[in-house]
Design a protein around this ligand. Structure first.
Ligand SMILES: Cc1ncc(COP(=O)(O)O)c(C=O)c1O
Length: 381
């Protein structure tokens, strides 16, 4: 089997597993405890925190450990809106965000906030001019993902940040779950707060964090013992934090992104002329994601066929892959009707090679051949 679903999750690195096991054994005490073992656990936690801040490019940054990307996104979106409501009621995000951002904004709408949703073009990109027109002096938060999880579009944060800063005092948050280790982090130059998830970067599920500039922390959205500066109550997962710091370091210092680029390039070059394939990922998108839509077949049928051939790919995004609805991102691309339901995503990881990309081409061509004539009605349902 060739695993090609790394945007859904990655295989943990051995070093990360070793760090987790060792820290779980040797630093199991509660870092809030006053005894020596508690202090040792607390020191490990703080050293993981400062390592992450340094790696993120700002040694003074705040790092709030969370259970992953979803929780960090919720904390950022709801927490910043709550904290800065005294300054204004207007929020901006995009039509292509992950559900953990999108649904947080939908919740805020029910709480009386006014949200503007920036549209995306056929490559999934926002328009900086639309952003400029939408910003207001009472805009308090702008959240724009760095890399889209379904098609790999890179959002133009370098262009957006100066516009946002010129026209408002809004906090800029960016969901960087899919970009960490593949592109330079937009933090701290183009974003004030970024979300990172451990299991997407060869770390462990249940780990991740929100990294923010110093003095730019959100308000709490969950309550309890007041850990993590009151922002994430609950006994801290010290071993998880240490394992996350290891995964973050590996992602930032030990990832060959040019290898990913070579793999997606094989697919772009090999499939550009196929009439029954629409390539959804832009050529200048993230190096590890390649998404395409088949004409006249559902993504699910394609995923099953690829699996029979030993290739594990996914429909547009792992979270929505079990639902038969067309994802909001694919919907926003305004594909012709006979392509709308046919989207699949291939996402490369550290274990993949160009040979795998060539095998994908072979299987794609077989699939196109096989489905060329006599598409069965049920394939479209
Ligand atoms: C862009 C993006 N943001 C957030 C998340 C949620 O991360 P987690 O699975 O760590 O909660 C995902 C997961 O697929 C994602 O792709």
């Amino acid at each position: 089997m060739i695993y090609l679903d790394n945007s859904a999750t990655t295989m943990p690195a051995d070093e990360v597993l070793r760090t987790f096991t060792e820290a779980s054994r040797s630093y199991f005490a509660n870092p809030a405890s006053l005894h020596n073992e508690g202090s040792r656990a607390g020191q490990l936690l703080e050293s993981a925190r400062s390592q992450i801040a340094r790696l993120a490019g700002d040694g003074d940054a705040e790092v709030v450990f969370t259970s992953g990307g979803t929780e960090a996104n919720n904390l950022a979106v709801i927490g910043f809106a709550k904290k800065y409501r005294y300054r204004g009621n207007h929020l901006i995000t995009t039509a292509a965000e992950h559900d953990s951002v999108r649904k947080a904004f939908e919740y805020l709408e029910t709480q009386g906030f006014e949200v503007d949703w920036l549209s995306v073009d056929e490559h999934g990109r926002i328009d900086t001019d639309e952003l400029a027109r939408t910003l207001r002096s009472d805009t308090i938060l702008v959240s724009i993902m760095h890399v889209n999880n379904e098609i790999g579009t890179v959002m133009p944060l370098e262009e957006c940040a100066p516009v946002i800063r010129r026209k408002s005092r809004a906090v800029i948050h960016s969901d960087c779950v899919q970009s960490v280790g593949k592109l330079a982090l937009p933090f701290p130059d183009y974003a004030d707060a970024v979300t990172v998830s451990g299991h997407k970067i060869r770390g462990l599920k249940g780990t991740g964090c929100l990294i923010t500039k110093r003095f730019t922390l959100p308000a709490a959205i969950s309550f309890g013992g007041g850990q993590e500066d009151g922002l994430r109550s609950g006994t801290v997962n010290v071993a998880g934090a240490a394992a996350f710091a290891k995964a973050f370091r590996l992602a930032l210092t030990d990832t060959d992104t040019s290898a990913f680029r070579s793999m997606t390039r094989v697919l772009h070059d090999g499939l550009a002329e196929e009439k029954r394939v629409r390539i959804l990922s832009p050529l200048d998108g993230a190096p590890h994601i390649f998404s395409m839509a088949f004409q006249g077949v559902t993504g699910e049928v394609a995923v099953n066929y690829f699996q029979e051939q030993g290739l594990l790919i996914s429909t547009s995004s792992a979270c929505s892959s079990k639902s038969s609805r067309v994802s909001h991102v694919v919907e926003a691309l305004k594909l012709p009707d006979d392509f709308r339901k046919g989207a699949v995503r291939i996402s490369f990881g550290q274990e993949n090679t160009v040979r795998d990309a060539e095998r994908i081409l072979e299987v794609t061509r077989q699939f196109l051949q096989m489905t060329k004539k006599g598409l069965k009605q049920h394939d479209m349902e």
